[in-house]
Write a protein that binds this ligand. Sequence first.
Ligand code: G3D
Ligand code: MG
Length: 176
Amino acid sequence: MIKEYKFKVVLLGDQGVGKTSIIDRYVNNRFKDKYQPTLGVDFLIKDIELNDAKIKLIIWDIGGEIQWRNKLNLYLNGADSAIIVFDLTRADTFKSLKFWHEKVLKIAGRIPYIFVGNKMDLEKNRNVSLSQVTTFIKRKSYPLYLETSAKSGEKIQKLFLRITEEMLRFKEKKNK
Ligand code: G3D
Ligand code: MG
């Protein structure tokens, strides 16, 4: 029997890390060099099939404006997973992971999440080392980490596959 699921996935992270670009690459398979900053909240839908299940991913994108930080409750409410993104070329966005991760735990609870270092194509401008990332995520209960490029598309499919597998596993565990 085919099972059907509807999952809410939220992307978090500082402005400019590539949240909108990652979603655009995944859902529309394209990349723009110029993105309008996201205003407020937006979402896109992607239907996939995995392990005999039909899954509707509702992927939420958020604007970076500070005032939206006050609306994080609404954004994170009912989320089935979180993708927490930083920019490999900007160390300040890596430092913010702690802030975003705490918000997820506080508002959405113990849902699956993954940390993502985006813009891996800009290798020459890299400012966050793998060992810094490893040290940070080792202290977490859910140490999933991937490096992606929305520009080249590298690891974008893998990212959503990975988090979807985690959500399925999490759901099945809860239903037992
Ligand atoms: P946000 O939604 O997190 O705020 P955006 O970030 O998706 O709007 O991306 C911010 C800028 O980073 C955009 O450029 C976008 O083209 C660029 N970008 C996103 N992902 C990548 C990537 O993987 N590699 C590279 N090289 N650039 C990326 P602009 O020029 O509009 O600021
Ligand atoms: Mg955006």
